[in-house]
Each structure stands twice: as structure tokens, then as C-alpha cells.
Design a protein around this ligand. Structure first.
Ligand SMILES: [Zn+2]
Length: 472
């Protein structure tokens, strides 16, 4: 039997939570697992502009664990570097990529445009990292597959299967079977956790147990943290009831994909249980509306709770009095509404989007409550408000912050370290000969490595950017 040399190289999603890219080579075949954009710090973002550290044209295929931009946002750029092969992902991921990639391209184009108009660039003219046309070219290569463990040959001698990872719609664990690889040509199995979901998260199913593997890559975003013990539903009820008693509005900046659907689901549930009164709810984000349609259509990803609401002839993602603002005019008309109501709008960190119009009107109002339900990165308007700044700048205007500011910490689409251990306990048989901690800040990845060593005694390692490991 022919023995193949196989290896994995870590080109992102190590030492950071962004830019995930793992190159697997086996014999003559090469596949890339995830094709994420680097985000956050400038030195990371600059990596997006460098040539990829491998020949994009030599890749047989790209496999995507889920649609978040830090796992998929480099796809339109890699097309520019000559990649023409198939992009495999689950059907749910394909649905969300259609929403997220063109949006990411628009943001890149707007950013370049802004730099040109304000002379903020050394390069004249500043060019976008990619355009909507590049995003469409990437979408044309997408080959949706089942998220149920079916085996697909993605390259000569490389068989892949996707299984639900419970993080967002369509998110997958990806198992690669490398035929003929290994020291004795016995074949090697490499499992990628992708982003692992928080157990009992509403709407979507919990992560499935990890299939046996020889090499394991596991994420470590919350490797050194546990989730807030107060359930987000309880915190949400407290805030909504308080606002209802004062007949005052609640503004929730929320990411359009995932978090908005979760909020609507919980508000509907609280209304059904009569824990909160029925208030007018407005979801003001065209991207959120498109995402909600995708979540509702992919029945194979929905959990039992969702199915039981459907069985009662109810829409799980609609509250009792809900409107979705679809035009800019409708969105503006909403601004004139009065009294207790809930407005959910993106972007989640208030870096752009329609939430800014609502914020301009509501931040100066002492009766309004603004509620943060997701991570607020340093430097964003959301973070400034959360940090108690008395005034913020929105669309060139100074806006005083006189409203109440609340934060719900318990929302998360990631498993915390105890949940990751619980997931690993479910591994059907065998011990991976090596486990790599990925997708975590250095402290989180190290802490997660320690937890796994303590519990299972496995060989664990936190890989470095650019490291290449032979799969023996
Ligand atoms: Zn993610």
C-alpha cells in the first residue's frame, strides 16, 4: 500500500479567535479548512492584505465549518488569488453565506470609499479587500452538503463529513479521513470542532458527540471562563418588566445573525409563559429578516423546543406583536412611536447600521433602557456607552447618553470550558494521539489545554501561527 505523508499547518485561528485557516496536505491533495478573515487588532487585519502563505490555486477544495466572517470572510479574497475549486459546507451555512459574504464585501467597499473621500490612505485610490462581485464568485463555488455525517470525497484520498456543532445555523464539526496517510499507511482521521455551541441554546440543536479521531482541533474561546450563571431569559424578563412598568422603550443592539433570532425566540417564550406583557417588538434590520427566514426554513437544524412550538401552529420566531421594518422610511417612522416597546436592531456593537438612528433618538432619553447582549470590542460606540461615557459621536453628531444602560452577560454561542469537557467526554471511543487548542486568545487556549490534560491526560498543544505538524 502506498504511504502518504500528511500534515496540517495552522494559518489563522491560533493565538487569536479570528482568521481561522487550517491547511491539510495528504499525498498530492490539499484542502483548506475554514477561510476566515482576521479582525480586531491592526497587525492581524494586515494579514488579510498579504499574499496567502500557500498557493491558492493548488488547493483541491475549501471546507467551511460555519458562516461567521472570521471563518468564511476570506473566501472572496482567495478567489482573487486564483482559487477555483469547490467550497463545501452545510446547507445552513450556504444559506447564511449568501447573506454574510455580500454584506462583508459592501462593508469593504464602503470602507475604501470612506478612506478615499477623507484622504485617509497612503494608497491612492484605496482599494477594497474585495468587492461584491468577488463575493458572488465565491458563492458560485459553494457545494452544500448534509450536516448529518454523510461521507463526501472532497479531494483524491480525502473524505469529509459534517455534523452539527450547535453554534449557529448550519455550524459543523468537520471530520477528515485521510486515506493511506500515517506512518504505516493505515489512514488518519482529523476532527475540527469548528466553533462549538453552548448547550441548551434555543432554536438550534446541541453539538453532536465527537466521532473518534487520531488528531483533534478544539476551539478555546471560553477556555478560561464560565458563562454567567443568571440565565439570559431571566435577565431579559427583569429588564422588560421594569421598562413596561415605566411605559418606556428598550433598545437592544444585536448582531443580525443568531443573536437577534435568539432574542425574539426568548421574548416570544416569555410572552407565552405570561412572565412579561405583550409589547410591540420591532426587528429593524434587513439582514436579520433574511437570517430569520433561513433559520425558519432549515428544519433539520432545529431543536425539540422549536419543533414543539411549531406543533402548536405557532411561529417560534415571531412575538405576539412584532413588525419587521423593511424600508428606511418604515424604520424612520418607528422613531416617532411612543411608550413601552422593544426595538432590536443591528449592528450589535453600534459600529454602523440602523441601530444608530434609534440610538440618536433614544440615548438622550432618561426613561429608555439600552441593553447590550453581546461582546463590545474596545473602541466601538457600544463599548463607550457600556463604559459609562456621558456622550458619544454618532454620524458626526454629539449625542448625550442619559438613558439607562444594562448588560446581559449570559448570551453566548460558544461552549464554556466545562461544556467543552462535557462534549469531549462524549467521544465514542479512543483517545486522539494529539489534541490542538485553537480559536482562543493565548490565556484561554492555555487554560483549556490545562483543563483537558487534568481531566483526560491527553497530549495537548497550543499551536503557533505558521506551525506545521506531520500526521504520523
Ligand atoms: Zn463563530
Amino acid at each position: 500500500m502506498e504511504v502518504f505523508l500528511a500534515s496540517i499547518s495552522f494559518w489563522g485561528g491560533v493565538g487569536t479567535v479570528t482568521g481561522s485557516k487550517y491547511l491539510v496536505e495528504s499525498g498530492q491533495a490539499r484542502v483548506l479548512i475554514d477561510c476566515g478573515m482576521f479582525q480586531g487588532l491592526k497587525e492581524l487585519r494586515e494579514l488579510n492584505w498579504q499574499d496567502p502563505p500557500f498557493d491558492a490555486r493548488s488547493l483541491n477544495a475549501i471546507l467551511i465549518t460555519h458562516a461567521h466572517i472570521d471563518h468564511s470572510g476570506y473566501l472572496p479574497r482567495i478567489i482573487r488569488h486564483g482559487f477555483k475549486g469547490p467550497i463545501y459546507c452545510s446547507r445552513g451555512t450556504a444559506d447564511l453565506l449568501k447573506i454574510l459574504l455580500p454584506d462583508a464585501a459592501r462593508l469593504q467597499e464602503e470602507d475604501a470609499d470612506f478612506r478615499n473621500r477623507h484622504n485617509l490612505t497612503k494608497h491612492t485610490p484605496a482599494l477594497p479587500l474585495y468587492t461584491e462581485e468577488d463575493a458572488e464568485a465565491a458563492l458560485a463555488l459553494v457545494r452544500p452538503v448534509a450536516n448529518t455525517g454523510e461521507q463526501i470525497t472532497v479531494a483524491p484520498g480525502i473524505v469529509a463529513s459534517f455534523r452539527i456543532s450547535g453554534h449557529i445555523l448550519g455550524s459543523s464539526l468537520v471530520l477528515l479521513e485521510l486515506e493511506g496517510a500515517g506512518a504505516a499507511g493505515q489512514g488518519r482521521r482529523v476532527l475540527f470542532s469548528g466553533d462549538l455551541g453552548h448547550y441548551d441554546q434555543p432554536i438550534i440543536r446541541d453539538p453532536v458527540a465527537p466521532p473518534p479521531c487520531d488528531y483533534l482541533l478544539v476551539e478555546s474561546t471560553y477556555g478560561d471562563r464560565l458563562h454567567d450563571p443568571e440565565l439570559p431569559k431571566v435577565a431579559l424578563a427583569r429588564i422588560v418588566n421594569d421598562a413596561a412598568q415605566r411605559d418606556a422603550p428598550v433598545l437592544i443592539p444585536a448582531f443580525a445573525v443568531g443573536r437577534t433570532q435568539e432574542l425574539v425566540y426568548l421574548i416570544r417564550e416569555l410572552e407565552d409563559e405570561k412572565v412579561i406583557p405583550v409589547l410591540p417588538v420591532t426587528v429593524d434590520s434587513p439582514m436579520a429578516a433574511a437570517t430569520t427566514r433561513a433559520y425558519a426554513a432549515r428544519t433539520e437544524e432545529q431543536d425539540e423546543g422549536y419543533a414543539s412550538v411549531l406543533a402548536q401552529q405557532r411561529h417560534p420566531l415571531r412575538t405576539h406583536s412584532m413588525t419587521t421594518a423593511s424600508s428606511k422610511e418604515e424604520s424612520k417612522r418607528l422613531n416617532n412611536a411612543r411608550g413601552a416597546r422593544i426595538i432590536i436592531s443591528s449592528s450589535g456593537m453600534m459600529t454602523g447600521g440602523r441601530v444608530l438612528h434609534h440610538a440618536m433618538r433614544l440615548l438622550p432619553d432618561p426613561e429608555t433602557t439600552i441593553v447590550f447582549v453581546g461582546f463590545q470590542a474596545a473602541g466601538t460606540t457600544g463599548r463607550r456607552i457600556l463604559d459609562g461615557e456621558p456622550e458619544v459621536r454618532i454620524m458626526g453628531q454629539r449625542v448625550p447618553v442619559r438613558c439607562r444602560v444594562a448588560k446581559i452577560g449570559g448570551f453566548s454561542a460558544h461552549a464554556d470550558w466545562k461544556e467543552i469537557l462535557h462534549w469531549l467526554e462524549g467521544m465514542a471511543s479512543g483517545t486522539p494521539s494529539r489534541t490542538f487548542l485553537t480559536h482562543g486568545e493565548p490565556a484561554a487556549a492555555l487554560a483549556m489545554a490545562g483543563h483537558i490534560k487534568d481531566r483526560f491526560g491527553w497530549q495537548v498543544r497550543v499551536p503557533q501561527y505558521g506551525e506545521r505538524v506531520e500526521l504520523l
